[in-house]
Design a protein around this ligand. Sequence first.
Ligand code: AMP
Length: 518
Amino acid sequence: MNLAQLLIRWGRLKSDQPAIYFGTSVWATFGQWCARAAALAQAFRELGLVPGDRVLLFAQNHPRYLEVLLGCWWAGLVAIPVNARLHPKEVQWIISHASPRIGFFHQTVNSALFSELEKCFEFESAAMDALLASALNGSANTREIAVHETGADDTAWLFYTSGTTGRPKGVQITTRNLMTMGLCYFTDVDPVTPDDFMVYAAPMSHGAGLYCIPHLIAGARHVVPQSGGVDPAELFGLGHTLGPLSTFAAPTIVKRLVEYAAQTGLSVTQCAAAFKTIVYGGAPMYVADIERALQVMGPRFVQIYGQGETPMVATVLSRQHLSQIHHPRYRERIASVGIAQTPVQIRIADTEGKPLASGEIGEVLVKGDTVMRGYWQDSAATQAAIRDSWLFTGDVGCLDKDGFLTLKDRSKDLIISGGSNIYPREVEEVLMTAAGVAEAAVVGEPDPQWGEAVVAFIVPATGAQIDLADLDRHCMENIARFKRPKRYILTASLPKNNYGKVLKTALREQLKTSLQTS
Ligand code: AMP
């Protein structure tokens, strides 16, 4: 099965209807998108690329992204979408590790990085137009351009992990993984109709881009904001002009949308006119934040938990779960990441991989057709991550008796103080409910008496004055004494990676350096 078939189907059925928008303007109809993907596939073949060769995409969000992705799959090539904001050294490392033959980029990135590739094309350049035109002129009929016979377990997307810990690894995401992920979007996340719009605000190199698959399966429309990024005013404007949008957003983006709606006085009805569904995930969403989001924007949220190694699919906290405010376990549920998505099993295991009973805390394991084939050229890491068909996620959590998974933390973020385990997430949840706290991140620092001590980094809300004694009292009132931070550090911002995840390693480094210099 080749993912390009999804596009070909709609290219035939509704050739003249809008498929991709750039801002509010139509960038391509389904027929044009299909013809351009076919043309690119043809051009790739003429350039000598063979199935399995890699193609790098290093660009901020742009409609060409969708054309190039489908062109790659049409020809049986592997796409490597790379976040446009990565450091040049990280991109160089990915290039040397994955050896892509050609690359695509957009103005805003440093194209000098591509000097080692055989060829590279700027998305909006004459060379790109020529690439499309020459192939299209050569073959009048898109249908004559053969679609590669892709195996279900062939790699379609090489996803470099976001690197919150160590070097990014190349996750081989197969056609089977993507098809399964796409289909279970409908069963677990949200039904989609051809009238829907998927808007790409978060980077298309990550989860947001993966969600082009369910929307392609359903023949829905795709919208890339003109800014190529996240601008709440632009996004609300697009929704109000085109029709309610669906999107995938990290919790930090959700927060920005909610603040925009609150500050501009938009009613829930006006929010509903702009957004059909906001899927959030990729990092912890604190209870205080999702409650506010629901209050300001209404019931349009769904949470997913997954990771590059099982893209977008592990658990889901549905719109219904988020709406059942009278359920006796509502508060626990909204602090959880929900229940296993249809195609996977979730297990909590001890350090040896033995299953643990509900309520017990251990590593989260996932098994099913969305689990990656393995890491690119790293069999040792693959064997460590997948054992007996179970993916060891490195996340720590517990399942309740109804099957709801609550994440405690990444295993390496666990703090052990005086022999007791402290999960930073739990402390952060409490800090986030204190007045004037906009963001909080908790890490451990070496402590001669306790082994490790809890340190909280706090970002005050704009204009807020935080009294640390009050904050400490708030913690005393809400969590066990031993979990309460021994130290609070006020800071203007938290270090985050390009997908909005807080870099706890950077915070720990910061503590180490400050200890050395003090
Ligand atoms: P990545 O592979 O870059 O997508 O990162 C995946 C990691 O992000 C997971 O292993 C979790 O640690 C974290 N993550 C993903 N979804 C959620 C979620 N809904 N809540 C909390 N953490 C999440």
